[in-house]
Design a protein around this ligand. Structure first.
Ligand code: HEC
Length: 136
């Protein structure tokens, strides 16, 4: 009898925990995405930094900027002449497969297959604006 009560209590607790977890996931806000995106960004930091050029151009101010728009960075013609504006949608397509979207780009990165990771990364990138301490 006591054992049954124990099992029932434990399963109730598990139910409550699962519900809490699902609610947390459902409430995932931009802040959580940005933090997750910061982790995804570690795939980029071999070549990029938010605030200064490395092998790749700096990312501060990327959202809404024309491709090839960082003044003192030497882009390929393919990037410079692509006519792309870096909206969220354009970034998403680029990050699936950079070479597919811009044949001839020198960005040697295969792409990110997870739509969720791309979305989180784009939220992170969109917060690299002039209000961000990494961009000052
Ligand atoms: C192996 C080095 C390398 C890695 C890794 C890399 N990039 Fe790049 N990236 C570059 C280079 C080089 C360019 C310039 C390409 C050109 O001129 O064709 C570039 C260009 C870009 C551009 C266009 C910028 C502009 O100003 O027009 C974006 C956006 C970008 N990278 C995002 C990313 C993101 C996000 C990641 C991580 C998921 C990443 N890159 C990983 C090297 C890299």
């Amino acid at each position: 009898m006591q054992m049954r009560f124990l099992i029932k209590s434990v399963s109730l607790i598990i139910c409550a925990l699962v519900t809490m977890t699902l609610t947390t996931v459902a409430n995932a806000d931009a802040g959580m995405d940005a933090r997750a995106g910061e982790r995804v960004y570690t795939q980029c930091t071999g070549c990029h930094a938010p605030g200064y050029n490395r092998t790749g151009p700096k990312h501060c101010g990327i959202l809404g900027r024309p491709a090839g728009g960082v003044k003192n960075f030497e882009y390929t013609k393919a990037m410079k002449n692509s006519g792309i504006i870096w909206t969220s949608e354009a970034l998403d397509e680029f990050l699936i497969s950079p070479l597919k979207m811009i044949p001839g780009t020198s960005m040697g990165f295969v792409g990110i297959s997870s739509a969720q990771e791309r979305q989180q990364l784009i939220v992170y990138l969109s917060q690299l604006n002039e209000n961000n301490t990494l961009c000052k």
